[in-house]
Design a protein around this ligand. Structure first.
Ligand SMILES: N[C@@H](CCOP(=O)(O)O)C(=O)O
Length: 463
């Protein structure tokens, strides 16, 4: 399996290459040169497999010959052995049509663990082969940070610098990052938004002063391996609900478009998916882009669903590439225009291509609170604010009545106790595995929101 950049001029790489590279050196994102295909029979034969086995089956064509089937199975067994639920990503029924796919049973209580537990192991495997090291620079609006830190804390060959927007993540989210004491973990709170942090991360990849001294790596969903691992749970849910013979729709609360792009990949490689519903909060660039082609940023507004407080949605570029004719040179030009003006209009091909599978819905704070109350009062389920946004969208979209709708429950409600309590009157408590979080000491560096401050800090502290 070979991977190409969405901007058409970076070298083609194999799976190990893209895992360590993170971002392509032309500023684009790596995608498979072509989509592997699973037949209906092959998919049906995956029914009932333990999650780790299913993961190895779905990932194998993407990994190619970079890992033998035995070593891939060894890695998935280790990665998913740390989850608190035997099914890893269990499904819960809400009513006759609505389902929740619980993605928060990993060590840091969010869907990011599903991919990052695997990514940490892949880094170790590929770096050991070449006796190399990696300096990871990441940005988080709340969940990626702790999941990535958990996955790499204490590793000898990896060091991580994680940027979060100061005061814009929940207390639980911040403490899950800043109370991890390991010599290879560096937390940085910047003045600014997640978008500012994400832009700094991308700039570091192109900064020769930094890359001359350190090999920079990515844990954000710009890294292809993140998305690959997320494809698996679409298969898991579909197989439980009658797939591949029955089509399923998925509602995905998303900011950076990675989680829902994984659904697009699942469909591309053969999983029958009726519709992917892109659920946004009031930071609604994806809703506007998918509804009327307007991909223009606004100011990031802090909401009760902070992980989705994003206006520049990295993985949307992968969709534009894939549905817009896979013309990297044309897309590079389009993205340069966007980076200069912070606005662009989708082409007709991009709009039509996206409309074939995607629908988008936007939820404001009232919609979110109503959905949380519905889940609590009518279905006896406490959901987190992000999941509530997904549920709002899942219930609002019109679909044939025999299509089950699965909302991705992206985080445990205890990560957002204040917002959940405000809407439902119930304060969710942290699971025992993270129970002493508020007794641990925090450590992080506060920096101004300038690229130079962050770059100098990394250069001054990287091993
Ligand atoms: N919502 C994310 C933001 C980063 O997105 P990623 O999927 O690209 O890592 C978060 O919670 O940090």
């Amino acid at each position: 399996m070979q991977y190409v950049s969405t901007r058409g001029s970076a070298p083609t790489l194999d799976f190990a290459g893209v895992t360590l590279a993170g971002l392509a050196n032309d500023g684009g994102l790596y995608v498979p040169a072509e989509w592997p295909q699973f037949s209906r029979d092959e998919i049906a034969s995956m029914r009932g497999l333990p999650y780790a086995e299913l993961a190895a089956r779905v990932m194998q064509p993407f990994v190619g010959d970079c890992l033998t089937p035995e070593s891939l199975r060894g890695l998935t067994a280790k990665a998913y052995g740390r989850f608190a639920h035997a099914a890893v990503t269990p499904l819960t029924q809400l009513d006759e049509r609505q389902w929740l796919l619980e993605l928060f049973h990993g060590p840091t209580l969010a869907f990011k663990d599903v991919a990052l537990q695997m990514l940490g192991l892949l880094f170790e495997e590929f770096l050991a082969r070449e006796d190399g090291t990696l300096t990871i620079v990441g940005a988080t609006s709340g969940d990626t940070g702790s999941a990535a830190i958990d996955a790499v804390a204490g590793l000898d060959r990896v060091e991580i610098f994680m940027l979060h927007p100061k005061g814009r993540v929940s207390d639980v989210q911040r403490r899950q990052m800043t109370t991890v004491r390991a010599p290879n973990v560096h937390n940085i709170a910047i003045d600014g938004s997640f978008d500012d942090a994400q832009a700094m991360v991308k700039r570091i990849f192109a900064d020769r002063d930094v890359t001359a001294k350190h090999r920079i790596g990515a844990v954000n969903s710009i890294n292809w391996a993140r998305l690959m691992a997320q494809v698996v749970y679409y298969f898991a849910a579909s197989l439980q609900l009658g797939g591949p013979e029955r089509e399923v729709a998925f509602s995905v609360p998303t900011g950076n478009f990675g989680d829902v792009f994984a659904g697009h990949v699942a469909e591309r490689i053969g999983l029958p998916i009726k519709r992917l519903i892109v659920a946004t909060n009031t930071n609604d660039i994806l809703y506007r882009a998918l509804s009327n082609g307007d991909y223009s940023t606004g100011t990031v507004t802090p909401t009760a669903a902070p992980s989705m407080d994003i206006q520049v949605s990295s993985n949307f570029e992968r969709l534009l590439f894939d549905v817009g004719g896979r013309d990297g040179i044309a897309l590079a030009e389009q993205m340069r225009g966007f980076e200069a003006s912070k606005a662009m209009q989708l082409t007709n091909a991009q709009r039509d291509g996206a409309a074939a599978l995607f629908t988008s819905m936007r939820a404001d704070e009232d919609d979110m609170a109503r959905a949380m109350r519905w889940a609590c009062e009518d279905c006896a389920e406490i959901v987190d604010p992000h999941t509530a946004i997904g549920l709002h969208a899942a219930r609002a979209v019109e679909l044939p009545h025999d299509v089950p709708v699965v909302t991705l429950a992206t985080a445990h409600p205890a990560k957002f106790p204040d917002a959940v309590e405000r809407s439902t009157g119930t304060r969710p408590s942290l699971p025992a595995r993270v129970g002493d979080l508020f007794a641990r000491e925090e450590a992080y560096t506060e920096l101004p929101g300038t690229y130079e401050a962050v770059r100098d800090h990394i250069l001054g502290h990287a091993a």
